[in-house]
Design a protein around this ligand. Structure first.
Ligand code: PMT
Length: 221
């Protein structure tokens, strides 16, 4: 078991997309690869933390030494997150679908029977907001990500306030950035006590940086 600045700490991380089923062969999803969340999980583990990684459907090998819980939908991800707590830190890196199809048919939707020209959607539970607002056993540090395409910092600040997490990590995912799915990321860490804009770096370097930054925060109380 590795020893490091996070030894003795328990960390729960969500990663990847969610797939929201429409019928037995179709789903509503997104382009998240899980790379950033997996990189954070591996880095926290390398620093000695006990890590549970709750992962949507991705094509990545599980990070060594982490407990991995595989889920598909937002509702499954919420249930797995609640089951994995209590923890010292919760990190919501998953790109959770905000909405899911209101009806999941057990038969494949057929074009010749009128087919599919519109999808009714209903709102999914918000995992980050739920964990941030737990009345009992709230993790000491709750960290969200904010994937934005315009007014990145402004929208991220608003999300931090609305969801009531401690930190939010603002990500510019505009077309051309290749952050979703790619190997590099450019973020600003918003802590409520100042913003820290980091240069572009590989996702595993950002994972290692965050592990150190989290350890510093936990020891400062
Ligand atoms: O997976 P990669 O390809 O490596 O890409 C990484 C990433 C771009 C997906 C990641 O760095 C990132 O930004 N993740 C958050 C993506 C997202 O869905 O952001 P959001 O702004 O829609 O959501 C804000 C926060 O609320 C996120 O922490 C999200 O996990 C959380 N959330 C959102 C909706 C919901 N129903 N439940 C949630 O917990």
């Amino acid at each position: 078991k590795p020893q490091g600045v996070l030894s003795g700490k328990r960390i729960v991380i969500t990663a990847g997309p969610t797939y929201e089923p429409l019928d037995p062969v179709r789903f509503v999803g997104n382009r998240s690869s899980g790379k950033q969340g997996y990189a954070i999980a591996a880095a926290c583990r390398n620093e000695g933390a006990e890590v549970t990684l709750i992962s949507g459907p991705v094509h990545l090998s599980p990070p060594p030494g982490c407990e991995v819980v595989q889920v598909r939908t937002a509702r499954e991800m919420l249930e797995a997150s609640e089951k994995a707590l209590p923890a010292d830190v919760f990190i919501a890196c998953a790109a959770v679908a905000d909405y899911r199809p209101a009806f999941e048919t057990t038969h494949k939707v057929k074009k010749e029977r009128g087919g599919l020209t519109a999808i009714d959607l209903v709102e999914n539970p918000d995992i980050l907001a739920t964990v941030s607002q737990m009345e009992e056993g709230r993790p000491q540090l709750v960290i969200g990500f904010a994937a934005e395409t315009d007014d990145v910092i402004g929208h991220a600040e608003t999300k931090r306030a609305r969801k009531k997490c401690d930190w939010i990590i603002a990500n510019d995912v505009s077309p051309g950035t290749d952050v979703m799915g790619g190997d590099r990321n450019t973020v600003t860490i918003i802590t409520g006590k100042g913003d820290e804009a980091l240069p572009e770096m590989p996702k595993d370097r950002l994972g290692a940086y965050l592990a150190q930054r989290i350890a510093r925060k936990l020891s400062a109380g």
